[in-house]
Unconditional design. Structure first.
Lengths: 160, 396
């Protein structure tokens, strides 16, 4: 299936899900409305012509306070058909929240925890949303563009 | 000081959600069998493992934040420190991504590509030797560990000869290499391969087909193929579960399509497909395949792509790396699986706007709670060892 056919397939099922496309990206990227991400992923996972059985990577991204958005990018790969596809969801920077896809791909479990940990994106219906890399009592989310390093940790001065 | 003492990384389980017969055992972060600073919270019922909760992050240094502040060529040493037993493969994957963004990935001379394959496959053997050796150590075989560390040291010395560093090389650069191979390296590698082959056979005798080893690993930690794919497992573990999936074949990047090698998979010779023994078997067979690739590379480097006085491995290295605005995901087959890098370049900066590393160890480790449910406590370490993760890459 080509990129156009995949787009067509999503459009037929969810006519308003695709917001834009990015053909300069490798692999080609579709921007999905945040309310549809779980259903679109479910469709791509289950459809017997796409069968995206693996989620290669899940990336959280902060566009900074000026643009005031955050993004979650999903890199899907279909092992039987050798297909690549990336999905992108743009979220508001205040209280970014999105549906978890961990129910489809277990890979998403830890990757979403990482995005939550480093960027503060909340994934609804995630099985176990805790910090994963940083200590549980860490303040702030380091990958935000306006993150300021704390001066103290547990009352100890941190030298940089 | 009146501040309260609270744990920075609290346990997931507590008295309130444990049954009477259950007990929490904390293993790590400083424990030789956890291969680095991994901490496991193990809930046991007698000798049975009820649940395992991995606690990560003891080696976290936020590579991705550092990457946003550094020029592309300055990030390469940081990628070395992710999977530090296979640094060549890491930096190659990273460099490949940057070259694709710049659009120079098709212009790299063949000699450079062959040298990259050569050093990466040498490093793959070194990485598998660490995996096999320490795995034997975990479950009671001490001698193979010493033998394999000895043979790995030969590889490290050769890579030191090439790059100047024993483990963290910074040898593969965007657009080329730090330096051409030293004079005599090809001959030395040939001699090394001749030395290595009988030693590899010894490894099979003393470790892989050893009766005690087989009994400790066969039918333990069975990982189903579909479950493995769902967890994003790649590399020898996925192949151990019976799927012939190798990015060197599937994506055919670099000069791999010109090289002749097989992709070994687990077939359940000693137990069930996808058990700990199959994973070990796949790693062991891959050492042989790497040897084959190395021999072919040496042949090519001595004949078709000989060293010449004019050859400059830095000829294509760009003075300034500023890719066009784009998103790019690149992946490569590392000893441990699919290493992916996601880049976002905004076209205005020499640094990536976002650089995410998808380490194979991270996803591979996430399956541990699933496959160690209801196993014996002693088998838990057979499973942990067979997953062959490096914490430098899990925590990044």
């Amino acid at each position: 299936m080509s990129f156009e056919e995949i787009k067509e397939l999503i459009n037929r099922q969810f006519p308003v899900a695709i917001l834009s496309e990015d053909l300069t990206a490798t692999p080609n990227t579709l921007e999905i409305s945040k309310d549809f991400i779980l259903s679109v992923c479910q469709l791509l996972y289950e459809h017997d012509k796409t069968y995206f059985d693996s989620l290669s990577c899940l990336t959280g991204l902060d566009n900074g306070p000026e643009i005031n958005t955050m993004e979650v990018i999903y890199h899907l790969y279909s092992i039987p058909y050798d297909l690549h596809l990336a999905l992108k969801v743009i979220l508001k920077r205040e209280r970014p929240e999105i549906e978890s896809v961990a129910s489809i791909w277990k890979t998403a479990d830890w990757h979403e925890r990482e995005a939550y940990d480093l960027l503060g994106i909340t994934f609804r219906n995630h099985p176990d949303l805790r910090r994963i890399l940083l200590p549980a009592d860490w303040e702030g989310h380091p990958l935000k563009k306006d993150y300021v390093e704390p001066e103290f940790y547990h009352g100890m001065k941190v030298d940089y | 000081m009146t501040s309260q003492l609270t744990a920075s990384e609290p346990l997931k389980y507590s008295e309130s959600n444990l049954r009477t017969e259950e007990m929490i055992i904390n293993i790590g972060p400083q424990h030789p069998a956890t291969h680095g600073v991994l901490r496991l919270e193990v809930v046991t019922d007698g000798e049975l493992v009820v649940d395992v909760v991995p606690h990560l992050g003891y080696l976290h240094r936020c590579f991705e934040k550092h990457a946003e502040a550094l020029a592309y060529n300055q990030i390469i040493p940081y990628t070395d420190r992710m999977d530090y037993v296979a640094a060549m493969n890491n930096e190659w994957a990273f460099v490949m991504g940057v070259e694709k963004m710049l659009g120079i990935d098709q212009d790299i001379p063949k000699r450079i590509e062959y040298i990259r394959v050569l050093v990466s496959e040498l490093n793959r053997i070194a990485s598998h030797f660490v995996a096999l050796g320490t795995y034997g150590l975990d479950i009671g075989a001490f001698t193979p560990f010493l033998w394999m560390m000895r043979d790995r040291e030969h590889i490290l010395r050769m890579l030191e000869w090439v790059s100047g560093a024993r483990m963290l090389y910074n040898y593969i650069w965007v657009g080329g290499l730090f330096y051409d191979l030293p004079v005599g390296f090809e001959e030395q590698t040939k001699a090394f391969v001749t030395y290595l082959k009988p030693k590899l056979k010894e490894v099979e005798t003393i470790l892989v087909s050893n009766k005690i080893f087989v009994e400790r690993t066969a039918n333990v930690g069975i990982l189903d193929r579909d479950l493995a794919i769902n967890y994003g497992i790649t590399g020898p573990i996925l192949r151990g579960s019976g799927l012939r999936f190798d990015l060197r074949k599937v994506d055919g990047y670099s000069v791999y399509p010109e090289l002749n090698f097989e992709v070994p998979v687990g077939e359940g010779f000693q137990g069930t497909v996808g058990d700990c023994w199959d994973r070990t078997w796949v790693r062991y067979r891959e050492c042989w395949e790497s040897v084959r690739i190395i021999e072919q590379c040496i042949e090519k480097l001595l004949a078709d792509h000989k060293r010449t006085r004019e050859f400059n491995p830095q000829a294509l290295v760009p003075k300034k790396i500023r890719p066009k605005a784009q998103d790019l995901y690149v992946r490569a087959e590392n000893p441990k699986g699919e290493l992916g890098f996601f880049f976002r370049a905004n076209g205005r900066a020499d640094q990536p706007f976002r650089c995410k590393a998808r380490g194979p160890s991270f996803s591979n480790l996430s399956v541990l709670p699933e496959i160690s449910k209801n196993c014996m406590l002693g088998d838990l370490f057979a499973i942990v060892g067979s997953l062959d993760f490096v914490m430098g890459e899990v925590d990044r």
